[in-house]
Design a protein around this ligand. Structure first.
Ligand SMILES: O=C(NCCO)c1cc(-c2ccc(F)cc2)cc(O)c1O
Ligand SMILES: [Mg+2]
Length: 214
């Protein structure tokens, strides 16, 4: 039976990247997705904006919603200080299995905890199950219709503190209009749009950075 797109992406990493070298994993995925087969990684252009936000926040605790094949997980984890922790959540078990191997190839498994499950079930359990009080940075990159409900859930569960940064992918394409409206109009957020392009294309997309004001 035919392989899946995530399986072929993992093959490109194993063929072209050096074990333990996160930069080569990122490069191998971007080259494959630009030249062979598009995939919904945040990509190199938006990835540079992600890098700059991660470096600025210098987070001790990170939550990523939507692991996919682990591309942004590797981008974030490679920039984290030694004892920082990244929890990443993926709904699809087959995709999570690929992401684990990509993260391992980059040598970043000690900084990353990949959890399989649905965000609505998982978010209320984070405090007790993972011993996390609040997140310094949240990267939203899962199903776009879940950005808003999950943000409200994180607020309600006390997972955000004054200064927590939310960074959301795809706020233009595919789009998250209700989320954008919320973070841009709420007095509890200071929001800013970083204009870019949909990964590996010329289509407009961007990242929305929203600081929780408490
Ligand atoms: O659904 C997405 N993520 C959640 C599942 O992992 C997603 C989709 C797209 C995309 C797809 C199809 C198209 F035509 C345009 C954009 C892009 C992304 O960056 C994404 O994160
Ligand atoms: Mg995305």
């Amino acid at each position: 039976t035919r392989s899946t797109r995530p399986q072929r992406l993992l093959g490109a990493v194993q063929k072209n990247a050096t074990r333990g070298d996160p930069g080569s994993v990122i490069q191998a995925i971007d080259h494959y997705c630009r030249n062979k087969e598009w995939a919904m990684n945040v990509g190199d252009e938006k990835g540079c904006i992600l890098d700059s936000v991660v470096s600025e926040v210098n987070p001790a605790t990170v939550l990523e919603l939507g692991t996919y094949c682990g591309y942004s997980t590797v981008r974030i984890a490679r920039l984290l200080p030694p004892h920082a922790k990244l929890i990443t959540l993926e709904f699809n078990p087959a995709v999570a299995a690929i992401a684990r191997q990509v993260i391992a190839w980059a040598g970043l498994e000690d900084k990353v905890q990949l959890v399989e499950g649905a965000s609505g079930d998982f978010i209320p359990r984070i405090k007790e199950q993972f011993g996390v009080k609040t997140f310094d940075l949240v990267f939203l990159d899962h199903w776009k219709e879940y950005y808003l409900p999950d943000t409200k859930l994180m607020e309600e569960c006390g997972l955000l503190r004054k200064g927590s940064v939310l960074l959301a992918d795809n706020v233009v394409c595919p789009g998250a209009p209700d989320y954008l409206e919320y973070v841009r109009s709420s007095p509890r957020y200071e929001s800013r749009y970083f204009k870019s392009h949909l990964e590996y294309t010329k289509v407009e997309d961007g990242l929305e950075k929203s600081v929780f004001l408490g």
